[in-house]
Design a protein around this ligand. Structure first.
Ligand code: SF4
Length: 383
């Protein structure tokens, strides 16, 4: 039987650099023609190794800002992937975009190229927040992009929001959630602002130009998010992700289920059968490597059974939970959820269930709303 897997394509071009961003992105796109040629060659290389035993369920265009490309640019990559890999008829094909970079007509053309899910980097609808984050769009443009996407035929629309921005009050954050849920969106990713090393924001904080809010406010905003979105019919299916029933992101679920995925382009990370590798980040190095060798691997690692065990527990608890069946001798990956595994942790699990932080739901051991608040701590205890 073929294994389920996903495909990721990185488009590194952006029209500016946001202060909080640590993704690899570049502002000039005059290399995009040669980049496309190299992406297609890289796809050829890996398809000759991995096409036989996998059924690919998803394609995800991330960045960068993939929507800066012409729709036909992404369309040609989709056609090439379809000619090289076994891709499900009903595959989820996502493109990340940013308000202010796409018109209604362009969105329609992306839809015509087969993209059926869109992820819009809105971050906030508030003017001051957007200025602080150095985003180029306004709140009105963000609302318009969601409506345009819907009118263009997208029925699976995700938006990204960021909370715990400096000076952000509970009232202001709730206003963002109210606007978000008034729109035809099926999925919301809400992340707390994280200070990443090497970003402009990090330097500003180190120089004392910006003060981050404390963890107490962060928790309060997170609680507001969980409660508000639950009231509006969104299921909390991963620590930072919420969806209308049936609209989970299938691509991210592949990562969280520790399934295989192949990725192409600068800084792309792949994981196949216990081996992980990653590409060069710099565009010129990536281009040269693919031109010489048909691939651009910068580093790789074999995951040990112990690494896999830790990842499975961590990613499982952050999302759909751990498969768990009392009395089973050896179910699940690496024995997780077996009787022996349970007996070793019985006391901790019972304490967490009694404290309302975990629940046993059918065959699954899951975090509750209160458990998500202390997710990292619970993962530590179960490891
Ligand atoms: S648009 Fe997205 S990828 Fe580009 S710099 Fe801003 S946050 Fe980073």
């Amino acid at each position: 039987m073929k294994q389920d897997a996903g495909l990721y394509v990185h488009i590194p071009f952006c029209d500016h650099k946001c202060i909080y961003c640590d993704f690899y992105s570049i502002i000039k796109d005059d290399n995009k023609t040669i980049y496309l040629k190299n992406l297609l060659n890289e796809i050829n290389h890996f398809s000759s190794i991995y096409s036989t035993f996998h059924q690919f369920k998803t394609i995800y265009f991330g960045g960068g800002t993939p929507s800066l490309m012409e729709p036909e640019y992404l369309g040609s990559i989709i056609s090439h992937l379809k000619s090289k890999f076994q891709i499900s008829e009903d595959a989820e094909i996502t493109m990340e975009t940013n308000p202010g970079t796409v018109s209604f007509d362009k969105l329609k053309r992306f839809r015509e190229q087969g993209i059926n899910r869109i992820s819009i980097g809105i971050q906030s609808f508030d003017k001051k927040d957007l200025k602080f984050l150095t985003r180029i769009h306004t709140g009105e443009a963000a609302v318009q992009t969601v409506h345009d996407a819907y009118e263009a035929g997208f029925r699976d629309i995700s938006i990204d929001l960021i909370f715990n921005l400096p000076g952000q009050t509970k009232r202001k954050w709730k206003k963002n959630l109210e606007i978000a849920t008034s729109l035809p969106v099926t999925h919301i990713s809400a992340y707390s602002l994280i200070l990443e090393k090497g970003t402009i924001l990090n330097k500003m904080v180190l120089k004392g130009e910006v003060e981050m809010q404390d963890v107490e406010i962060d928790s309060q905003l997170y609680e507001i998010t969980m409660d508000f979105l639950a009231e509006k019919g969104f299921e909390h299916y991963e620590v930072s992700n919420y969806c209308k029933p049936g609209y989970e992101c299938k691509h991210n679920q592949i990562y969280w289920d520790c399934l295989n995925y192949l990725s192409f382009g600068t800084s792309a990370h792949s994981y196949m059968d216990g081996k992980r590798w990653w590409n060069f980040s710099a565009l010129t190095i990536y281009n040269t490597a693919v031109m010489n060798k048909d691939y651009a691997i910068a580093g790789s690692e074999e995951l040990t059974q112990h690494d896999l065990y830790e990842e499975y527990i961590m990613l499982g608890l952050r999302s759909r939970g751990l498969k768990f069946k009392r009395g089973e001798k050896n179910p699940g990956l690496l024995g997780i959820g077996s009787e022996a595994w349970y007996m070793e942790r019985k006391q901790i699990i019972n304490q967490l269930v009694a404290a309302g932080k975990m629940v046993i739901d059918g065959d699954w051991l899951k975090l509750t709303r209160d458990g998500f608040l202390v997710c990292d701590e619970i993962v530590e205890r179960l490891l």
